[in-house]
Write a protein that binds this ligand. Structure first.
Ligand code: AMP
Length: 391
């Protein structure tokens, strides 16, 4: 290992340390461990090329930033979560500044708002859940963050109501939704959520692909589905990971290759469900959140989306309740600003309002009202913790 002073001296002489060479091309740049659905984390290998292609795109998001005035990025995600690559590396790449919000600060409202006030942040990068936590406090607006120009979201469904609140509290800022798994290097689609899009009575799209990436929607046999049909989202392109570290078995299952315009690219089968319409990807939840209840096929996220359409609801998770290995009913965990309403009255209200949008078999039997939904260390809604609550 060379000391910093030695490295600086070498760089000044234009030399390169013996045995060291630049990390480039197919060299591994980082490995991020994501929780596997089996409970064993998987190490996602990201190459230098993947990161380069991602940064070429992420540094342009929102546009209109003068090159001579480096941006201040806000960091919410822990560095073990790939969302942080969006702020950490994009800040490095553009010569900007990173303002981090350590976990202890995020958990203490006074410390959080004091830190935000001092940040000078212009680009916000977080999960929608974290933005909702901040929006729950009236102080979260453009007076607190006067330089805020761009909200970038990834990792979870962005609700229309969240975007609408941001538009009204930060009239000078753009809201951009992005989508992607760690296996395709943070994000591969983007769309600006305009006030008109947020006001439309349908879930928000997650956007169009970045250059060098193509999306296919696969049917049950892996066949390409036509525009508009729902299936598994398959990502092909220049930011797809080279596979799982030390796990050729898992790599072979999820990854492959596909030729596009005469060039062979890596391919990743996401396990996410979605459809394409007019070049925009619409995310419809995980394939593994599809259940059968009394013979009906139900997408849990479909119910959650509809609960989130009810006025005053900030977030919702629906979980199946099993007995003897069979799903018997559904429980909804709801964070709502329904003053004074909790138990029976609130459940009746939710059921009544949901009946406008959902068939009876999709309306949860039980409703649990919470001040806030629990979050994982990454700032996403913690479905597992809610599962524990049910027992
Ligand atoms: P991670 O690898 O931890 O970044 O998680 C990736 C997963 O988060 C994706 O496979 C999706 O299931 C989900 N996800 C990412 N972006 C979005 C988005 N914009 N809307 C909804 N879900 C998303």
């Amino acid at each position: 290992m060379l000391a910093a002073a030695e490295l600086t001296a070498l760089a000044e002489r234009g030399g390169s340390p013996v045995g060291l060479r630049p990390v480039e091309g197919e060299d591994l740049f980082y490995i991020l461990f994501t929780s596997g659905s089996t409970g064993t984390p998987k190490g996602v290998q990201i190459t230098a090329d993947c990161l380069d292609h991602f940064l070429d795109w992420s540094s342009q998001l929102g546009e209109g930033f003068p090159a001579e005035a480096p941006r201040v990025f806000l960091n919410q995600a822990p560095f073990s979560f790939d969302l942080s690559v969006m702020d950490l590396y994009t800040a490095f790449y553009t010569g900007g500044t990173l303002w981090t919000l350590p976990k202890e600060v995020q958990q203490d409202a006074a410390a959080l708002f004091s830190s935000l006030e001092r940040s000078g942040a212009q680009v916000w990068v977080s999960t929608p859940s974290f933005a909702e936590v901040c929006l729950a406090d009236r102080r979260f607006d453009s007076a607190l963050l006067p330089d805020m120009r761009l909200f970038l979201f990834c990792g979870e469904t962005l609700q229309n109501a969240t975007a609408q609140k941001l538009h009204s509290r930060f009239p000078g800022a753009k809201v951009i939704n992005t989508y992607g798994p760690t296996e395709s290097t943070v994000a591969i689609t983007q769309v600006e959520i305009t006030p008109a899009l947020a006001a439309a009575d349908e879930p928000l799209p997650v956007g169009a692909t970045k250059p060098g990436t193509w999306l296919f929607i696969a049917g049950p046999e892996g066949e390409d589905l036509p525009e508009g049909e729902r299936g598994e989202i398959v990502i092909v392109g220049d930011t797809v990971s080279s596979g799982y570290f030390g796990r050729p078995d898992l790599t072979a299952r999820a990854f492959g290759t596909r030729r596009v315009a005469g060039v062979e690219y890596r391919l990743y089968r996401t396990g996410d469900k979605g459809y394409l319409r007019g070049g925009q990807l619409h995310y419809c939840g995980r394939l593994d959140l599809q259940i059968k209840l009394h013979g009906y096929r139900i997408e849990l996220e479909d119910i959650e989306q509809n609960i989130c359409r009810l006025p005053g609801v900030r977030g919702a998770v629906v979980l199946p309740q099993e007995r003897d290995g069979t799903i018997r009913s559904l429980t909804a965990y709801v964070a709502a600003d329904w003053p004074g309403e909790r138990g029976f009255a609130a459940s009746q209200r939710a059921r009544g309002e949901l009946a406008q949008f959902l068939p009876a078999y999709m309306i949860p039997k039980k409703f649990v009202f919470l001040d806030a939904l629990p979050m994982t260390a990454n700032g996403k809604v913690d479905r597992k913790a809610l599962g524990g609550l049910a027992r």
